[in-house]
Every structure is written in structure tokens, then in C-alpha cells.
Design a protein around this ligand. Structure first.
Ligand code: ZN
Length: 145
């Protein structure tokens, strides 16, 4: 079993997190904490002009090796991918990404970044779901008064 290699990969991402930092003016942000362990992750995403593809993904925060490594790997996975695709990322994908079996406690750590992603995606400006406009007076009417 290549357990050691996987652990090395996690430690490497933990010590040298990829995409750690901030996006200049993020289109989407999501934050999630895992109080059981003390993991905090904020995810910032910059979208392309059409608002459909992630151009830049950055994360910040702190936590244990598993939570940081999964956030680091996740941001790598997100960059250049359409929102429709990244919204399909599930727990099993995160487990596959980390490459180690996760205990119930560790799963929470590993999924903190995915939850932050879900938060971010929930703020997507989706042109399909037009929120009901609050009752508003329709402007100045048009007549010159
Ligand atoms: Zn943790």
C-alpha cells in the first residue's frame, strides 16, 4: 500500500499550500469552520467574464494538515473549471483527492473546504433564477411633469 506516499502528498500540501492567499476582487466567497478540530477555511473565487468558469481560486485560514491539504488540492482542482462542473464535486472526490481512508472525525476536516465551496457557489449570480423583485414603483412613469 502506498500509504506513505499519500501522507507525504498531504504533508507537502500542508507545508506548501497551493493557492494560499486572496483573490483581488473575488466574485464568490465562502467560509466554513469545523469547530471539532478548529479548522477555518475561506475560499475566494474569481470568475471569467461570462461568470461561468473559475479563473482563480485562493483559500486562506488555518487548521490541521488534512483540512489545509484538502483546501490546497481543491483550489488546484477548481481553477479553469466551469461552475457547473465544480458543483458536482462530492465527498468521494475529496477522499480520492487526498488518497487516504478518512475516519469520521477526519472527514469533517477534509470536507471543510468543500463546504466552503458550496457556500461560495450558493452565492452564484445565476441568471436562471430571477429572484422575485420586491414591489417597486415603476420608475418615473415617463411623462414629463
Ligand atoms: Zn482538522
Amino acid at each position: 500500500m502506498a500509504w506513505d506516499m499519500y501522507q507525504e502528498k498531504i504533508l507537502d500540501h500542508y507545508k506548501h499550500p497551493r493557492n494560499f492567499g486572496h483573490v483581488e476582487s473575488p466574485d464568490l466567497t465562502g467560509a466554513e469552520s469545523n469547530p471539532l478540530c478548529g479548522d477555518h477555511i475561506t475560499l475566494e473565487l474569481k470568475l471569467d467574464a461570462k461568470q461561468t468558469t473559475i479563473e482563480q481560486a485562493r483559500f486562506s485560514g488555518d487548521g490541521c494538515a488534512i483540512s489545509m491539504a484538502s483546501a490546497s488540492m481543491l483550489t488546484q482542482k477548481l481553477q479553469g473549471r466551469p461552475l457547473s462542473e465544480v458543483s458536482q464535486i462530492r465527498r468521494k472526490d475529496v477522499e480520492k483527492m487526498l488518497g487516504i481512508p478518512l475516519s469520521p472525525v477526519r472527514v469533517k476536516c477534509a470536507l471543510t473546504s468543500l463546504k466552503a465551496l458550496a457556500q461560495a457557489l450558493s452565492t452564484t449570480p445565476t441568471p436562471l433564477t430571477v429572484s422575485e423583485a420586491p414591489e417597486e414603483a415603476p420608475g418615473a412613469g415617463g411623462g414629463a411633469a
